[in-house]
Design a protein around this ligand. Structure first.
Ligand SMILES: [Fe+2]
Length: 287
């Protein structure tokens, strides 16, 4: 018997959890919750009320806290960032508004991203997720065989540059992006097909935000295959949509899902607190 109620959100991934207060759960409940997150890969725990300190305490149960390149944290809480867009910010770029896995360009990218909803618009502001395990499994055997040994290059440079210095569009003030983090600007190779150890499944590991090209190929040569994969992984049957409720605490596994934030709530304030836990060097499946 689980120490919480759980029901599926999407057909292949995602779960909603109720009936638990993460501030007071005991160690067995925390372990069961961690196992549910690994199995479902996107989990929303409803009805939480967490201070930044309490959110950090919860996040540490999943792994060591990670501080983020590019993004200015909350005062006094270097491991917490405010994902904020103010009501008067219209037609601005927001943080994470196209498909990506968080900071996939790092040598050991973060595993779990954790968002706690504090203030929400009356409509819009959803977050979308794509199930990269099921998307991989759906490919033909020939395609999977071709993709399995490939490496792709990831870099924060393109996205970081675009959002830090954007001549055309303003940027949301709430998430302050800084430049000059050398670790985010290099191109780094990771397996295109990543092993998700908790489930023993393989997941596509690429995104239009951070993947620059296939290893040992030009961007132009890489584009047809990558564009096919981006279209494939974003098909509706592999995605789910998180409609935020106040108090939601949402955790996703960057090893196995991509996500994007929908920027469709101009005129309303939206504030979530974000923490990040665990790091892992992406690895291909054992053969
Ligand atoms: Fe993100």
């Amino acid at each position: 018997m689980e120490p919480f109620d759980i029901r599926p959100l999407g057909s292949s991934f995602g779960a909603e959890i109720t009936g638990i207060d993460v501030r007071t759960m005991d160690d067995p409940a925390a372990a069961a919750l961690h196992a549910a997150i690994d199995a479902h890969r996107v989990v929303v725990i409803r009805g939480q009320s967490l201070s930044p300190e309490a959110q950090k305490r919860f996040s540490r149960r999943l792994g060591p806290l990670v501080t983020l390149p590019y993004v200015k944290p909350l005062d006094g809480h270097p491991e917490v960032i405010a994902v904020l867009k103010e009501a008067d910010e219209v037609k601005v770029s927001t943080f994470g508004s196209w498909w990506h896995a968080d900071f996939s360009y790092l040598e050991e990218p973060p595993v779990y991203s954790i968002l706690h909803a504090l203030e929400l618009p009356p409509k819009g502001g959803d977050t979308l997720f794509a199930d990269l395990c099921t998307a991989y499994d759906a490919l033909s055997s020939g395609m999977r065989r071709m993709l399995d040994p490939l490496q792709v290059m990831h870099s924060g440079f393109v996205y970081g540059t675009r959002t830090a210095v954007d001549g055309e569009r303003g940027r949301a003030r709430g998430v302050v992006i800084s430049r000059g983090n050398a670790d985010a600007d290099v191109e780094r190779a990771h397996p295109l097909v990543r092993f998700h150890a908790p489930t023993g499944r393989k997941a596509l590991f690429a995104s239009p935000t951070y993947t620059t090209r296939l290893a040992d190929m030009t961007a132009e040569e890489s584009r047809p295959l990558l564009e096919f994969l981006y279209g494939h992984m974003a098909r509706p049957e592999y995605t789910l949509r998180q409609r935020w409720q106040p108090g939601d605490l949402l955790v996703w596994d960057n090893r196995a899902v991509n996500h994007l934030a929908v920027n469709d709530y101009d005129g309303y304030r939206r504030l979530l607190h974000r923490t990040t836990a665990g790091r892992e060097r992406p690895a291909a499946a054992p053969t």
